[in-house]
Design a protein. Sequence first.
Lengths: 315, 294
Amino acid sequence: MSEELETRSEQGARQETAQEAGQEAEPESGPDAEIADPPAGPAASPAASSAPAVQLRGAGLAYGPRQLWSGLDLDVRPGEFLAVLGPNGSGKTSMLRVLLGLQELSSGSVAIAGGPARRGSHRVGYVPQQRAVEATLTVRGSDLVGFGLDGHRWGVGLPGLRERRRRVREALQAVDAEELAKKPLGLLSGGEQQRLRVAQALVGDPAVLLCDEPLLSLDLAHQRRVSQLISRQARERGAAVLFVTHEINPVLPEVDRVLYLVGGRFRVGTPDEVMNSATLSELYRTDVEVARVGGKLVVTGTEDADHHVAEKGQR
Amino acid sequence: MNALTTALGQMFDFETTAELLNFGFVQNALLAAAALGLVSGVLAPLVVARKMSFAVHGTAELAFTGAAAAALLGGGIGPGALIGAVVAALLLGLLGQRGHERDSVTGAILSFGLGLGVLLLWLNPERTSNKFSLLIGQIVGVDSLGVNLLAGCSGAVLVVLAFLYRPLLFASVDEGVAEARGVPTRVLTPVFAVLVGVATALGVYTVGALLVLALMVTPGLAAARVTASPVKATVLSVLFAEAAALGGIVLSLSPGAPVSAFVTIISFVLYLVCRGIGAVRLRRAGRIGQPATA
């Protein structure tokens, strides 16, 4: 593990210098665009000194004439948990698509663990939304996890079967899902499926874990369990987490920093720095109230803004 | 009613059956059925997983159209069905890329193809006994050239499928994740549709357009009821498809009844049995009625 981290940091450093040389010009940033400060305070985890797992520099994304966001500078360190929040159409999922290599930035640069973001990279794990699976699907828990290892490879996959089994077993153990290995996927509960999808994303030992609303449609207990699992595993493995969600409360205890996107404007910082009335009012350009009630954040006043943004919304 | 009793009696007239098995054309039919059973058995679990039953049906109707066109133009019925099915698969793949549209696009193309096929048959001045066989099958009409075509096409489909198998299964489970992991899902969908098209054409050539589903869907559905292991499901599905195809021919020999009737009956009975076993299995696992819902 430590060897791998070293390699990553070396690559990261090289990438950084290359980018500094190539990007002297200050990235164009809108009036509301704030450059992210280097993370500080409680967020600093053991891996704080190593190279960023995700690095965006002057990053912008536009579909035709419509700019989703621009001038985004962001470093996410190994082991860090970043929640990506914002209304529908603010470009949260598009950001994940950029990091997955499925979408090109329209400006700026992106690096994953020091390398380019490319499709099918083993450095990236992806946890999708839970969705119903047909009961007639002939796939078991262990098969689903195995896809994370070699599902993209051609052929039937007979060679390397033993090593594959070992790694799948380990990944299942990591998410307490050994008893699901032989169960048909279509007969598992949403929470069980999501634990398996986390194992699937982790089995390739990624540097970055990208989560796209993985708690959606889970009940509260499973929301807590799955988000704790993601957070704990990522920290243990030194993987950064980018967690897209429209609801921060279930993950609040795990969150180191927040990236909040609203209609092209954004703010990066600790939950306390971002999730307050002043900052959100500025982002939404309307009066937004944030209150803490029993350890939960209650945000009111964003509905109109939501609607407004959704109209301009994504394709 | 009398005819049915006679047929049932003759079905178990093993002497006649054994005698008929010595004929070359019967052996050809069995070889053709074995090839078809193998290829459709392997494809069936994926067809079920990808919810392509209706697309298979549509492809079969267009294979029929192709065969009718070939018959009218004086070409071979087998190659005609093949061309029709591949064109259909490509059309369905291109027009119905988006999942929610696929059903209705299939319906539109299917009805048009069937109508066109009927017109082509009507235009054909030849006697019509051959024409009927395209719909309900006439496997005993397969000659050794046909057997070679069947074996060759089945082999090609199996080789390509072996290459595509893992990414295809991955994409059938979780298309978004598969895409993120680098699986070229947009290429896989039409390629798989063509594989299904080729297999369907072989089915049209032997068991007929109306009954292709009995071999391309039912065995996969039956297997999925009793196992969730991809390997076991494929093996079982092949066994079921072979039982239906070979068993159907053997049982139809003595009464001289249409093969398709027996193929579909065997296939469906196997499905019912598997459904029963599956229900018992679920109850034992104590999870009945708890599929993962959103």
